[in-house]
Each structure stands twice: as structure tokens, then as C-alpha cells.
Design a protein. Structure first.
Length: 118
């Protein structure tokens, strides 16, 4: 099974303006493998089903560093304002390109919309 895009990283803000060292890396499993996904050989890797969700997003180019993710997440939060309903405890960093692609890279920051209580 080849790599899929985007690869997302769930990031949590740290105390000093950076990110906490704990992250969750997520990849998409292609539809032809959804019924019976490959079993990971590493016990620290799990396969989980994720329901669909809605995000607020922004994008930027280049090789993204931690400071870039934090900056763009902050800009998106500021643009949305205090009244927007999204999960404030984390954001997702989405990368679409392999490391060897030097130009035309696409990175996105996603803030997961918080659905209204029913």
C-alpha cells in the first residue's frame, strides 16, 4: 500500500508558544483497503475508523517547520474570532507532498468545527 495524502498530525499547543511533544500522526487508508486494512506490525500503530468532520482551514507553501504551523494556526484562529465554534485544544497539520518535492508544496492547518449539541 502506497502513501496517501494528506498526512495529518494532531498538534497541541505548548506553554512556550510552540507545540507539545505529544502528537498523533494519521494517514488515510485507500478505499480498496477499507474493508480489511493491513495489520500493522508495530504494536504502537493502530487502525481506527474516523467519522467525517468539517474543518476551517488555511494553506501555505514551503517546507513547514513547527513555527510555521503555530503561526498559521494562530492567524486562522484570529481570522475566525472568538465566536467561532471549533475545538480549541488542538489543530491538525496537513501535508500533501513527499519530502523530496522541493517546490510547489502544499500545507494546511485545520481547525475542527465543533458541532452544536443536539
Amino acid at each position: 500500500m502506497g502513501m496517501t495524502a494528506p498526512v495529518t498530525i494532531r498538534a497541541h499547543r505548548g506553554d512556550q508558544g510552540g507545540l507539545q511533544p505529544r502528537v498523533l500522526v494519521q494517514i488515510r487508508i485507500p478505499s480498496k483497503y477499507q474493508e480489511e486494512p493491513p495489520r500493522p506490525t508495530d504494536q504502537s500503530i493502530t487502525v481506527q475508523h474516523q467519522e467525517g468532520f468539517t474543518v476551517y482551514s488555511t494553506h501555505f507553501g514551503g517546507y513547514a517547520k513547527e513555527a510555521d504551523w503555530v503561526e498559521h494556526a494562530g492567524n486562522l484562529c484570529a481570522a475566525l474570532g472568538e465566536q467561532a465554534a471549533y475545538h480549541r485544544e488542538h489543530f491538525l497539520c496537513a501535508g500533501y507532498d513527499p519530502p523530496m518535492k522541493p517546490l510547489g508544496r502544499r500545507n494546511e492547518v485545520w481547525l475542527v468545527r465543533q458541532e452544536p449539541a443536539e
